[in-house]
Design a protein around this ligand. Structure first.
Ligand code: FES
Length: 164
């Protein structure tokens, strides 16, 4: 499995925090998803071996919690808040604008592999909606013009990467 060395270090450290290895299942799943963007079948097997469990034990946890992804995501991850404050300030329109810009449905990877757009619960900045998180960056008061601008930046980044 292709985990970053820092993720591997964190994983080894987290396991030491628990008297029973099995208890580290959720933190490990979070760390792996943070690194890979999703929990692949291979990752489930790897975590199971690491925690001396059976893959089915990990699979059960992954399928129980909706925050764990069982499919790969795009290179960039756009999360648009759909909770009340953001919904009242235009979150739905903003999400629709991102979908239009990239021609993709929430949760699906765009055809070019560049983005996954998710419509998510509160991003903890409720007074500044609509709130959008792109990878690790929080963007507040994102109106349609700002959504277009952010989309253009992502497209420009993708173009720059593909130009030799
Ligand atoms: S309601 Fe959108 S950030 Fe909390």
């Amino acid at each position: 499995m292709n985990l970053q060395p820092t993720t591997l270090q964190k994983i080894d450290e987290v396991i030491t925090h628990y008297p029973v290895k099995r208890s580290a299942t959720l933190p490990l799943l979070h760390l792996v998803q943070e690194d890979l963007g999703w929990i692949s079948p291979e990752a489930m097997e790897w975590i199971a071996a690491k925690l001396e469990l059976q893959p089915i034990n990990i699979y059960e946890v992954v399928t129980f919690y909706p925050m764990f992804r069982q499919k790969p995501i795009g290179r960039r991850h756009i999360k648009v808040c759909r909770t009340l404050s953001c919904a009242l300030t235009g979150g739905y329109k903003v999400c629709a604008e991102f979908q239009k810009q990239f021609g993709s449905q929430p949760g699906a990877v765009s055809a070019d592999g560049e983005v996954t757009i998710d419509f998510v619960e509160c991003l903890a900045s409720c007074g500044t909606g609509p709130v959008v998180m792109i990878d690790d960056d929080l963007h507040v008061k994102v109106d349609l013009a700002r959504a277009q601008q952010l989309s253009a930046q992502i497209k420009a980044g993708a173009k720059a990467r593909s130009t030799p």
